[in-house]
Design a protein around this ligand. Structure first.
Ligand code: ASP
Length: 326
């Protein structure tokens, strides 16, 4: 009999580990309550799939994740991938609200061909027709599959396999709440296994050698709208924010009010990216913004542009180096 592949489950909480007082409660529940061990025990089918080790990194609602949690997760992941050559892959359970941010963070930091797969659930573990057990099973299927190697950090939800760079939560309820806007998912997983017809080899992780700082820089996201409050930009800059992401209107447009606030700022301006509030499509370079130091975020969503800025600041990149990464 051939030995089962070895997988590691790193649990961080979320609705997949959520508990409600009633099986019909889908919206009122506590996220990050059930432990990873309990999740595994409730899914005996996993025993025939892989030999699974478990570690509880955190057990929180993903809205409450902090840089300290990210630090712990990244450190553990790097250590275990470096130390254990028998490990076939890693699955990370995560709340869906910020899952795409963590997936993108790991994509930028982890350079290893073995699959790292993030998974969550839209219904608490106690719900009628909870989606977590099947999502977790399918995430394990993807993590152990040789076909999943070399495609970067993956997200498995509702049978679909998404790339960390593209995936976004697009709905507040319903099990099909994740999309890869514009390009679609990389593939899917079913009884026959893992199918990745759209996958490409992942680019090398640009920050694989970066030692994470104890204190992470502050990077704020500003949302574009009609007549944005003019006090916001100077207030953030006075507070020492080291990076700004603008969720611009249309293709990453800033208002004249915002441009003036940047022009009037007496000190040096921080690293800044222009993303868009449309949910898909690129932001291009525009000279009137470039002369203020604003770089286009390409197709990155505002939260993902912020993650990139956080790491760029930690790595001490300048504008030109940052722009090469987009
Ligand atoms: N509030 C939850 C969280 O992000 C939502 C979820 O897990 O789906 O942790």
């Amino acid at each position: 009999m051939t030995a089962l592949p070895k997988l590691l489950l790193l649990a961080t909480g979320g609705t997949i580990a959520g508990r409600a007082s009633d099986v019909t409660s889908l919206n009122h529940y506590s996220a990050g309550v059930i432990t990873a061990e309990e999740l595994l025990q409730s899914l005996p089918q996993l025993k025939r799939l892989a030999a699974i080790e478990v570690e509880q990194i955190a057990n929180v609602d993903s809205a409450d994740l902090t840089f300290a949690h990210w630090q712990r997760l990244v450190t553990r992941l790097r250590d275990v991938l470096a130390a254990d050559s028998d490990l076939a892959g890693v699955v990370i359970t995560h709340g869906t609200n910020t899952l795409e941010e963590t997936a993108w963070l790991l994509q930028l930091l982890i350079d290893d061909p073995r699959p790292v797969v993030l998974v969550g659930a839209m219904r608490p573990a106690t719900a009628l027709s909870a989606d977590g057990p099947l999502n977790l099973f399918q995430a394990m299927q993807v993590a152990k599959a040789p076909e999943s190697r070399g495609h970067g950090v993956l997200v498995v939800m509702d049978g679909w396999i998404h790339a960390a760079r593209e995936v976004t939560k697009v709905a507040t309820q319903g099990v099909g709440a994740f999309e890869s806007s514009g390009i679609g998912p990389l593939g899917w997983v079913d009884d026959a296994g893992v199918h990745l017809p759209q996958s490409q080899s992942a680019r090398p992780a640009p920050f694989s050698g970066l030692q994470l700082a104890e204190a992470w820089p502050q990077v704020a996201i500003l949302h574009g709208c009609v007549e944005p409050p003019s006090a916001l930009i100077p207030a953030l800059l006075s507070a020492g924010v080291r990076g700004l992401v603008f969720t611009g209107t249309g293709a990453g447009q800033l208002s004249a009010l915002e441009r003036c606030a940047l022009e009037d700022w007496p000190g040096p301006l921080p690293l800044m990216l222009r993303a868009n509030r449309c949910g898909s499509g690129p932001v291009h370079r525009d000279e009137k913004f470039a002369r203020l130091g604003l770089l286009p975020a390409g197709r990155l969503s505002p939260p993902k542009a912020r993650v990139l800025l956080l790491l760029a600041l930690m790595a001490g990149l300048d504008r030109a180096q940052l722009s090469n990464l987009i």
